[in-house]
Design a protein around this ligand. Structure first.
Ligand code: NAP
Length: 311
């Protein structure tokens, strides 16, 4: 370790790479030995102490508490690569971006990144409470998918459901999406391919509802759309996102904090889709709210804004 010393406050990038693999030097995510730290290696990411590689370390944003800082890297980095990176959808000003699960882990950052970059987020969620949170973040177009499907949970897997959602997007924005931000998978992928505009992009990093995606290929090839697979973020992309948190230009999506003893309750809330944004788990920190080393920067951004997801 050359760039860090004992006692430095750090956050951990989740890409665990092999620096002796030549492809790593093209893009950290392309090396054959790349692993998701805490998922594919290291026996999980929640413990009092953990071993990481020096190539995973980034300075902890000084205006954030430990738990606010810890929850961000995985989902914010992944959303950044999907939307902003030249390896992702390369969103530009004015792009309309449909975001599934817009108050989930990925979605909470995606909405903010799209707004920051001058795009128009079209946020899809499943409840009024989530819709209200998004409006408080400045997201003007929010679609409640339960109002679209009216209780028929397979509607969005059929063309009539795709058209109904497409009509709602056109009503609200007047245009079809340039980019669809996908991670839900089997239950939404057909809709995503349909909804992207001619020449548009579906960018995907996951399949929460099932890996076997079905879509009507006519909408893809005849309308010249493309699908981009994306995974995590390389250290440069992750570093760029970390800067945004340090500058107060991205807000942490932490909604609730648990103790390490209560980690099963935290995980269950995510599994059952009861959570908002990210849930935090205190490992070494004795209580929430500690770790801020730049209170002036925190005051500049505003305590209320930084706690947007905690209200
Ligand atoms: N490849 C990578 O690097 C990477 C990184 C992070 C995450 N992921 C993957 O991406 C997925 C999402 O992660 P996350 O952290 O954002 O999860 P999350 O916090 O659970 O959010 C997922 C969101 O999906 C929405 N959703 C659930 N069922 C749905 C359905 N049937 N139709 C439409 N929307 C539905 C929910 O929103 P509503 O109920 O409000 O619609 C929920 O908020 C997971 O599969 C995860 O493993 C991949």
């Amino acid at each position: 370790m050359r760039k860090w010393k004992t006692g430095d406050h750090v956050v951990v990038a989740t890409a665990y790479v092999d620096d002796q693999d030549h492809d790593t030097h093209r893009d950290g995510m392309l090396g054959a030995g790349q692993k998701a730290w805490g998922f594919e290696t290291n026996f999980g990411g929640l413990a009092h102490y953990a071993i990481v590689r020096a190539s995973q370390l980034m300075p902890k944003p000084r205006l954030l508490t430990w738990e606010e800082a810890a929850v961000n890297p995985l989902c914010a980095g992944t959303a950044y690569r999907m939307l902003v990176s030249d390896r992702g959808a390369q969103m530009k000003q004015g792009d309309v971006v449909l975001i599934w699960g817009a108050t989930g882990g990925l979605g909470s950052y995606a909405v903010q990144l799209v707004r920051n970059g001058g795009g128009v987020p079209v946020a899809v969620v499943s409840s009024r409470q989530k819709a209200d949170l998004l409006r408080s973040l400045g997201c003007e177009v929010v679609i409640n998918r339960s109002e679209i499907d009216g209780g028929d949970t397979t509607l969005l897997q059929r063309p009539e459901g795709w058209k109904k959602l497409g009509a709602a997007v056109r009503d609200a924005v007047g245009e079809d999406p340039h980019i669809v931000f996908e991670h839900v998978g089997e239950k939404t992928f057909g809709a995503s391919v349909f909804l992207a505009r001619r020449g548009g992009t579906v960018v995907t990093c996951g399949s929460s509802t099932g890996y076997q995606h079905t879509y009507d290929n006519r909408y893809l090839w005849m309308r010249l759309k493309r699908i981009i697979g994306s995974h995590g973020a390389n250290l440069h992309e992750q570093w760029e996102v970390n800067r945004l948190f340090s500058m107060g230009r991205l807000l942490p999506a932490l909604s609730k904090t648990y103790t390490l003893d209560d980690v099963s309750t935290a995980a269950r809330s995510v599994q059952t889709n009861q959570h908002i944004g990210k849930v935090g788990v205190l490992c070494l920190a004795p209580s929430p709210g500690l770790g801020v080393t730049d209170p002036q920067a925190r005051a500049r951004v505003g305590e209320d804004r930084l706690r947007t997801f905690q209200s």
